[in-house]
Design a protein around this ligand. Structure first.
Ligand SMILES: Cc1cc2nc3c(=O)[nH]c(=O)nc-3n(C[C@H](O)[C@H](O)[C@H](O)COP(=O)(O)O)c2cc1C
Length: 315
């Protein structure tokens, strides 16, 4: 009798957050999941990271706010959102029936903002975990970006940690000299997991109009163009901390995702890839299963960090 080999287990654990599939949808790139529900069975996704929400409503930057560039996308949305009170009143209840994890994303312009918005959002049952988007300027400290300053990154994380017992994922910026140093202080401040990386600063110029293409002048680069930057960041962070990493930046295929896993990511997130094909997350999950099955590997966790001799995390 021929017995069918058991399917590899591709589940992932981010602190107290268990994902049956190791793919999250990146903040700002998947709405609340609702927009894709007719195209993609959300039950086959690990989870959705919601658009970042701030204390007060924000209209965002002037248009143009999105510019396609070679192998990527420049965005300067400017954190457009209705503000936490309106978000809680009108939006959050819609996430109750999601068949995958729902991660709320918090942005802020002061340490107090991070504490306040985290506490308000995490208190809702619809929200399974919080991701802290610390790529924002601190208005009280000459606009220094939280994610680029160890002291500010630590204070924002500590404040959010004190505001909720739910799993806390802190999202790091690549726009620093030493991302591992920031990762260490954020881990020490109580983060359960790290999202690595947010967008890379960039700009494009319209040579006919002789001016920047984005109204905001500069923006964040995402998509395939940043993948090697992101893989290196995961590699470096995985040598510096023990908490799990959600790798992201230009993932379009299962093999892209596996680069992040082998560098040390426990799970992955897909953002810009959804804009060209919303089924990318499904193909990534099934391609990871096939990769493991072909090699007779029972669990995804076994290969996390296996290309990285300095990997320190727990598998
Ligand atoms: C249009 C757009 C909007 C985004 N909005 C947010 C956001 O609100 N909060 C956040 O933490 N990251 C935001 N991101 C960053 C993505 O979540 C992701 O970390 C980044 O784009 C790298 O992954 P990718 O190359 O797969 O898109 C945004 C990215 C894009 C392209």
């Amino acid at each position: 009798m021929v017995t069918k080999a058991a399917e590899p287990d591709i589940s992932a654990r981010l602190g107290g957050l268990r994902l049956s599939v190791p793919t999250l949808m990146g903040s700002g790139c998947y709405g609340s999941g609702e927009e894709y529900a007719s195209l993609v069975d959300l039950a086959q996704l690990g989870g959705v990271v919601l658009k970042s929400v701030t204390r007060l409503p924000r209209l965002g930057n002037d248009a143009p706010r999105l510019v396609p560039v070679a192998s990527g996308l420049l965005n300067a949305i400017g954190l457009q959102n209705p503000g936490i009170e309106s978000y809680l009143a009108s939006d959050v209840a819609k996430f109750a029936d999601r068949p995958c994890a729902v991660v709320g994303s918090v942005a802020g312009f002061s340490v107090d903002d991070y504490a306040f918005v985290t506490e308000r959002l995490a208190a809702r049952d619809e929200i399974d975990a919080i991701e802290l988007n610390i790529s924002c300027p601190n208005v009280g400290a000459e606009g220094e970006t939280f994610a680029c300053d160890p002291d500010l990154a630590e204070r924002a994380t500590r404040a959010a940690r004190a505001a909720t017992a739910k799993p806390l994922i802190v999202k790091l910026s690549p726009n620093v000299t030493d991302i591992a140093a920031i990762a260490r202080v954020v881990e020490a401040a109580g983060a359960d997991a790290l999202a690595v990386i947010n967008t890379v600063r960039g700009m494009a110029i319209d040579v006919d109009r002789v001016k920047p293409k984005l109204a905001n002048v500069s923006g964040g680069l995402s998509g395939a163009a940043i993948r090697p930057i992101a893989v290196l960041a995961v590699w470096e962070v995985a040598r510096a901390v023990r908490i799990p990493i959600v790798g992201q930046g230009g993932i379009e295929t299962a093999r892209d995702a596996l680069e992040f896993v082998l560098a040390g990511a426990t799970a992955v997130s897909i953002g810009t890839g959804n804009f060209t094909d919303p089924r990318v997350p499904l193909a990534v999950a099934s391609g990871i299963r096939t990769y493991l099955a072909e090699r007779g590997i029972a669990t995804l966790a076994e290969i996390v960090g296996s290309a990285n001799p300095g990997f320190r995390g727990a598998r």
